[in-house]
Ligand binder design. Structure first.
Ligand SMILES: O=C(NCCCc1ccccc1)N[C@H]1CC[C@H](OCc2c(F)cccc2F)CC1
Length: 336
């Protein structure tokens, strides 16, 4: 059956390869149907996540006849975590996805590319930098945002102007406080539990989008209902494959606004759009990426299909079957 993957699941292979001189580890799942593979799907996770974050989707997509390639993104788990934050721009990560994909589909092949959270932001840009590679693209939670042609504004300026309060936690994540105060397996585990919505005896929380991590609370929280003890332990083990500060690599995704803006200007000048078929599934209760942020996507994604799930940010696991159904229906249309 297409039950979600467990850690070190024998149904898939755990491999790694060198890309741009960095080690990229990935999960490889082969089709479980007898028919010829329908194609290759590459899935890109977000923060704070791992390839394991797609555990509900991987067996489902294998059963639909696809080969599935799911990297631990740069900075995470079994992949390398270069210290230099320039290595984490959308443009560089897009190049890595292209190089990884071409190891499976060759120089002229195509993939279907899917992302969640930061992975969603990455896949929209990868589809713009490598349109010839990307047959179709989908994102869960993260809407497409068009490269701005205006001047650069720091997030501090935007937040101080009263805009995008749902991104205020990113001001903390850009700094060094989280990586300095969440080191070692126990603290990393408490951080992950906070991000997954664990809450304390007086319903304290360890993370709020308007604030960030509430450090005094993270040791008091009960385990989040979204993860089993085994799953949470696996995440902590994987994050701790990197030396302290274990969260430095993952947090670099918050430190690339300016280089991403500079790269975006090239895309904006070229007038690049998302011309290929696209699916966007919004999570109705995602407090960082509320549905209103996707308004206006249609003008840049002419072949857009929209879906939604009644889930928080962790939609892939919380409403895994519903996400799978909507991806499956969209794939059927692509195949017809
Ligand atoms: O920070 C992220 N995830 C960690 C927090 C997860 C969580 C949320 C709520 C509760 C618990 C945990 N995700 C990023 C992903 C990229 C997003 O930026 C892309 C982007 C723009 F820059 C502008 C316009 C739209 C747009 F999508 C910004 C959120």
């Amino acid at each position: 059956m297409t039950e979600k993957l467990v850690p070190n699941d024998p149904r898939v292979k755990y491999e790694s390869t060198s890309i741009r001189g960095y080690k990229y580890a990935y999960i490889r799942g082969e089709p479980t149907t007898d028919a010829a593979p329908k194609g290759t799907i590459v899935l890109v996770h977000g923060f704070p996540d791992l390839s394991f974050g797609w555990r509900h989707q991987i067996p489902f997509l294998m059963s639909r006849g696809y080969r599935v390639i799911v990297p631990d993104m740069l900075g995470y788990g079994r992949s390398d975590a270069p210290a230099d934050l320039e290595e984490y721009t959308f443009k560089k990560l897009s190049g890595d996805i292209n190089e990884l994909a071409r190891k499976f589909v060759g120089p002229d092949g195509q993939i279907i590319l899917g992302g969640h959270d930061w992975g969603g932001a990455v896949v929209w840009r990868a589809a713009m930098w490598y349109p010839e590679l990307v047959k179709a693209v989908f994102s869960v939670c993260t809407p497409y945002h068009h490269p701005t042609q205006g001047e650069f504004h720091s997030l501090q300026t935007i937040i101080d102007a009263g805009r995008m309060q749902n991104f205020a936690y990113q001001l903390q994540f850009m700094g060094t406080e989280v990586e300095e105060r969440c080191q070692g397996r126990e603290k990393v585990k408490q951080f992950l539990n906070s991000m997954h919505g664990g809450f304390g005896p007086q319903r304290e929380v360890g993370f709020r989008t308007e604030q960030g991590i509430i450090f005094e609370n993270i040791s008091k929280l009960n385990k989040s209902a979204l993860l089993s003890e085994e799953e949470l332990g696996h995440y902590a083990d994987q994050y701790c494959l990197h030396p302290a500060p274990e969260l430095h690599g993952p947090l670099n995704y918050y430190r690339t606004r300016k280089p991403n803006y500079d790269d975006d200007r090239v895309l904006a000048e070229k007038g690049v759009k998302i011309e290929m078929p696209a699916l966007f599934i919004t999570a109705l209760r995602d407090t960082a990426l509320p549905p209103r942020m996707s308004e206006g996507m249609e003008q840049y994604c002419p072949q857009l299909t929209r879906g939604e799930v009644d889930a928080s940010h962790w939609a892939l696991t919380q409403t895994g079957d519903d996400v799978n159904r909507q991806i499956g229906d969209w794939l059927s249309k692509l195949e017809s």
